[in-house]
Ligand binder design. Structure first.
Ligand code: ATP
Length: 390
């Protein structure tokens, strides 16, 4: 068993920077966990503490049940893969992969067998005699992974391993990493700032901000039930739209019209002692061209009409930006939270409503169009603390 447990782990640097604060995290044996968040949120520091490359200021770190706070990195039996491949240029692929095994003083036959096996898994067999200079970026990253897996460590720690690759290769390598992790079943902690990687790779995602964990859960759960404004704005691309919403006589007054409050939500608002000014969140994919919505579906949502500003055709669907009048979310707290989350201009009170409509929608830039959105998928946030009330 190689579970990894962080128990109130914090890290302060000598200059007073608190990089990580009271992080509690239990990573199960064999689990694939992604640490994600904006730049400077403490992901790499967290990973480096697990690796033993950074001291832990307070709290406890346990690997396979053992406290390892004071253990040297080499005694933790973990392998790290970085964004820079750090291959030895004068060694062949085989020699590079064999290197950690030679250090461990294994006999030649065992080393060769292990390298051959890893090369097969990573489809590197035809490249074993090449030098790194004669490999593509993706191949080099596979060699770096090969070097990590030959040792059969208790855990893999990966810090943005794909961020040096071009977009297409990154997508290919994502599937390689995913398949490899499933095949080996080794506990893996993977750091990225790319929310697509976070959504597609891991069993669970840990969203960090300002050194603290915001939410932990399977990707779909974070997408469907973001705990706060920050998580809602961070997960999903394009980001969720945020609008000002005033509670009045049992409904919400918004720039998209009057949104009725269901009994359940109303009860929740009462129970939560929610303020009368809220933030309405609607994801781009929960809008549709009103003409393309059948009667049954129509009843589950609301329609509004707005001028089309920009249409971006994606082939399978299109992103349509609408100009909506009226008050938009502009609370200072929201602005700060959403900007951190990369939620775009709209959150700050300017900009447009972004929607993802079917490719068949005959929208024309400059003309008005009726749009439907799904009321069953909306989110309501308390702007004073960002909490999701739905
Ligand atoms: P990125 O995605 O940009 O790599 P990150 O989420 O990995 O960011 P960390 O590298 O963990 O963030 O840094 C967390 C915080 O700690 C940042 O504010 C950073 O400036 C600070 N920090 C990192 N290393 C040091 C150091 N040696 N001394 C002081 N502060 C540091």
């Amino acid at each position: 068993m190689a579970d990894i447990v962080l128990d109130k782990v914090s890290k302060s640097f000598p200059d007073g920077t608190v990089a990580v604060q009271d992080v509690d995290l239990e990573i199960a044996d064999g689990e694939f966990v992604i640490l994600v968040g904006p730049s400077g949120c403490g992901k790499s520091t967290t990973l480096n503490m697990i690796a033993g490359l950074e001291d832990i200021t307070s709290g406890e770190l346990r690997i396979a049940g053992q406290r390892v706070n004071d253990k040297a990195p080499r005694d933790r039996d973990i392998a790290m893969v970085f964004q820079s491949y750090a291959l030895y240029p004068n060694m062949t692929v085989r020699e590079n992969m064999a290197f950690p095994l030679r250090l461990a003083k294994l006999d030649k036959e065992t080393i060769n067998a292990k390298v051959d096996e890893a090369a097969k898994v990573l489809e590197l067999v035809p490249l074993l005699d090449r030098k790194p200079a004669n490999l593509s970026g993706g191949q080099r990253q596979r060699v770096a992974m090969g070097r990590a897996i030959v040792r059969q460590p208790k855990a893999f720690l990966m810090d943005e391993p794909l961020s040096n690759l071009d977009a297409k290769l990154r997508v290919q390598m994502r599937t390689v990493v995913s398949r490899l992790q499933k095949q080996l079943g080794t506990t893996t902690v993977y750091v990225t700032h790319d929310q697509t990687e976070a959504m597609t790779l891991g069993d669970r995602v840990v969203i960090m901000r300002g050194g603290a964990v915001q939410q932990v859960g399977p990707p779909q759960e974070l997408y469907d039930h973001p705990r706060n404004l920050f998580v809602a704005g961070f997960i999903g691309s394009p980001s969720m739209n945020f609008l000002h919403a005033a509670v009045q006589d049992g409904s919400l007054h918004t720039a998209l019209g009057e949104v009725p409050l269901g009994d359940r939500v109303r009860r929740e608002l009462e129970a939560a002692d929610a303020p009368r000014e809220l933030i309405l969140g609607v994801r781009p994919e929960h809008f549709e061209d009103a003409e393309l919505v059948d009667e049954d579906t129509r009843r589950r949502g609301l329609e509004f009409e707005a001028p089309v500003e920009i249409v971006e055709s994606m082939g399978s669907d299109k992103y349509v930006y609408f100009t909506v009048e009226g008050e938009r979310a502009s609370a200072a707290e929201l602005e700060e939270l959403a900007a951190d989350a990369g939620a775009g201009d709209f959150a700050g009170g300017g900009g447009n409503l972004v929607t993802r409509l079917s490719a068949e929608s005959p929208v024309v830039e400059g003309q008005s169009r009726r749009v439907w959105f799904n009321l069953e998928k909306i989110h309501l946030f308390d702007p004073t603390n960002g909490r999701n009330l739905t």
